[in-house]
Design a protein around this ligand. Structure first.
Ligand SMILES: *[C@@H]1O[C@H](CO)[C@@H](O)[C@H](O)[C@H]1NC(C)=O
Ligand SMILES: *[C@@H]1O[C@H](CO)[C@@H](O)[C@H](O)[C@H]1NC(C)=O
Ligand SMILES: *[C@@H]1O[C@H](CO)[C@@H](O)[C@H](O)[C@H]1NC(C)=O
Ligand SMILES: *[C@@H]1O[C@H](CO)[C@@H](O)[C@H](O)[C@H]1NC(C)=O
Ligand SMILES: *[C@@H]1O[C@H](CO)[C@@H](O)[C@H](O)[C@H]1NC(C)=O
Ligand SMILES: *[C@@H]1O[C@H](CO)[C@@H](O)[C@H](O)[C@H]1NC(C)=O
Ligand SMILES: *[C@@H]1O[C@H](CO)[C@@H](O)[C@H](O)[C@H]1NC(C)=O
Length: 508
């Protein structure tokens, strides 16, 4: 493949110090659920209600008009590293029940943010406070064809493709992508040719790998143009250009090379496993903006770092998956506490929904399948909007989402010993294979997809899905389900601890 030379170059370079080789550190989050969920987006919709629901991690001063300076003043943050009050957000996932035409929230299982420090001739510097950036395109309803891969090289005239969905499975028969009648790969649902566990658009399959429910992946550009305002998010960032000879990724002259952010967000899709039938031509998950294809996945970032702390991490730390909280000089926040803030938008985004919050009509795969024709779809949407208007008029009171309920201490736990056995069993399995859900598509074969950064995966052990036993797989899937059911017990603390160490906090 075209990327082989780069991979070899990076491998050869791993013995050298940064910036000749890429280093990275994963920012974990802690606490009960994300910081906030709601129609809030101070970058794209400052001062007003956003068009769709986001799941937000980061500093407690987040809100519809939040700036970087505001975030700096946060009283807490869901990020585990002290000194980081930045905000990280992405569209929330919902489940569309086709039978009664309702939507239900899918809980965030947990999320991580990778800070990659590129092999580069540039100086990599901390994000300036207040830098705003976005990645991905919320308006897409089909996937631009990049053969299912990422494309992060600004030097490639095909353009940038920064988002994927990852769906590790215990078996890839049938494939996650490409076989369903509405996903022939021509427009959406495209398998990454270098990684059958990843692709563009939602997969038409249940993600049943270990600790690996459906994962939303978003890469951000890392070159800031200082001639543009920090808030000029449409124009202020570009991706670096990859030099396939040197393996370096450099920014254009005059740009500031900041860390390469990668959001990975795991959704508790196994909770809906018995509610839909894979391979039936219907894919039930929708982004909060109504996108049933998944192609419009995107993310937002607003920087509010103590730049001294971040610069020190950039310059000295290669903690990898173990976590940025283990970097020298870094203080971890209190994992036993929690930082949650209610959405300032007074609406129920969780219960008894007949339409997505904001009345975003659903479109994409599945809406014209199984007897519905497009006329039916419009009628359904119209009826749903009316019904939402009615429930709005009756005054739905915003209630605290279940994800924000406090975790009782051990004494009040209702966990049974069998729950614990499942949790511990699954956790030890994870621990024994050491590999975790990969930061980037794992390629155990020689190909490396379209992501120049996939060279990094040569440092990552093979994915657990490759070596999985079905028993362990079942245990992990059970755990995911129990995580939802028993979020207010401590039965999964043991597993959580492992996950926190290997993958991120158990923010579920
Ligand atoms: C941050 O907090 C300090 C001290 O409370 C205050 O003086 C300052 O105005 C605040 N800044 C912002 C942007 O809210
Ligand atoms: C829709 O159907 C599901 C079961 O398929 C059920 O759990 C849910 O409560 C139903 N919602 C409504 C509003 O009836
Ligand atoms: C540019 O990106 C396209 C689309 O992902 C890919 O097929 C092609 O191989 C890339 N070209 C180079 C030179 O890397
Ligand atoms: C794939 O599906 C698209 C959209 O339905 C259609 O236009 C195209 O002809 C199909 N391609 C193949 C190879 O079946
Ligand atoms: C790419 O790197 C090689 C080796 O360091 C160097 O000779 C070449 O000039 C670089 N190419 C560009 C376009 O910078
Ligand atoms: C951590 O948070 C927990 C829960 O709020 C609290 O009981 C504990 O005292 C805190 N620990 C420290 C060291 O602050
Ligand atoms: C949702 O609907 C159920 C059944 O009609 C009702 O018991 C419940 O109170 C409703 N929840 C909210 C938050 O409106």
């Amino acid at each position: 493949m075209a990327y082989k030379p780069l991979m070899v170059a990076i491998l050869a370079a791993t013995v050298q110090a940064a910036p000749d080789s890429r280093t990275f550190a994963v920012l974990h989050f802690y606490g009960d659920g994300p910081l906030m969920e709601g129609r809030v987006d101070p970058i794209v919709s400052p001062g007003v209600t956003a068009s769709h629901v986001h799941t937000i991690q980061g500093g407690s001063n987040f809100g519809i008009s939040a700036t970087g300076e505001d975030l700096m003043n946060s009283s807490c943050s869901s990020a585990l590293v002290e000194g980081d009050n930045s905000a990280y957000w992405f569209p929330k996932l919902y489940f569309h029940d086709k039978i009664n035409d309702t939507v239900e929230p899918v809980d965030l299982y947990y999320a991580n943010v990778y800070y990659f420090f590129e092999p580069t001739d540039d100086d990599v510097v901390a994000f300036p406070v207040g830098l705003q950036m976005t990645s991905g395109d919320a308006s897409l309803r089909d996937c631009p064809n990049f053969y299912g891969s990422l494309q992060l090289d600004a030097g490639n005239s095909s353009g940038i493709q920064p988002v994927q969905w990852t769906c590790p499975r215990s078996s890839y028969e049938p494939a996650s992508w490409e076989w369903a009648s509405e996903s022939n790969g021509s427009a959406a649902g495209i398998q990454d040719q270098g990684n059958q566990g990843a692709g563009q658009g939602f997969p038409f399959a249940e993600c049943d790998g270990e600790y690996s429910p459906l994962r939303q992946d978003t890469h951000f550009p890392s070159c800031y143009d200082p001639s543009k305002d920090l808030t000029d998010y449409k124009n202020n960032m570009v991706f670096p250009t990859v030099n396939y000879t040197s393996g370096k990724q450099n920014c254009p002259a005059g740009f500031i090379h900041v860390p390469h952010l990668f959001f990975e967000s795991y959704w508790n899709t196994p909770a809906f496993a018995d509610r839909w039938t894979p391979d039936s031509g219907y894919q039930p998950f929708t982004l909060s903006n109504g996108d049933l294809t998944g192609c419009s996945s995107h993310g937002d970032f607003m920087a509010a770092w103590d730049t001294t702390v971040l610069q020190n991490i950039i310059d000295t730390c290669d903690a990898g998956d173990s976590g940025m909280d283990l970097c020298p000089g870094v203080t971890a926040r209190n994992r036993s506490s929690t930082c949650n803030v209610a959405s300032p938008i007074d609406e129920d985004i969780y219960n008894n929904l007949t339409v997505l919050p904001g009345n975003n009509p659903m479109s994409g795969w599945g809406m014209s399948f199984g007897g519905d024709d497009s006329g039916d779809v419009s009628a359904t949407i119209a009826a749903s909007i009316t019904s939402a208007a009615v429930s709005g008029a009756s005054g739905v009171v915003s209630s605290a989402p279940s994800v924000l309920t406090a975790t009782p201490d051990v004494e009040s736990s209702t966990a049974t010993s069998s729950d614990l056995a499942v949790a511990v069993g699954a956790a030890s399995f994870t621990s024994s294979v050491t590999a975790t859900a990969p930061a980037l598509p794992v390629e155990t074969s020689s190909s490396s997809g379209g992501d120049s950064s996939s060279a990094l995966t040569t440092n990552v052990e093979s994915a657990p899905t490759d070596t999985a036993t079905s028993a362990a797989s079942a245990a992990a899937t059970t755990l995911v389900k129990q995580c939802k059911k028993k979020r207010d017990s401590s039965s999964h603390d043991h597993a959580k601890a492992h996950m926190a160490r290997h993958q991120g906090s158990g923010s579920h």
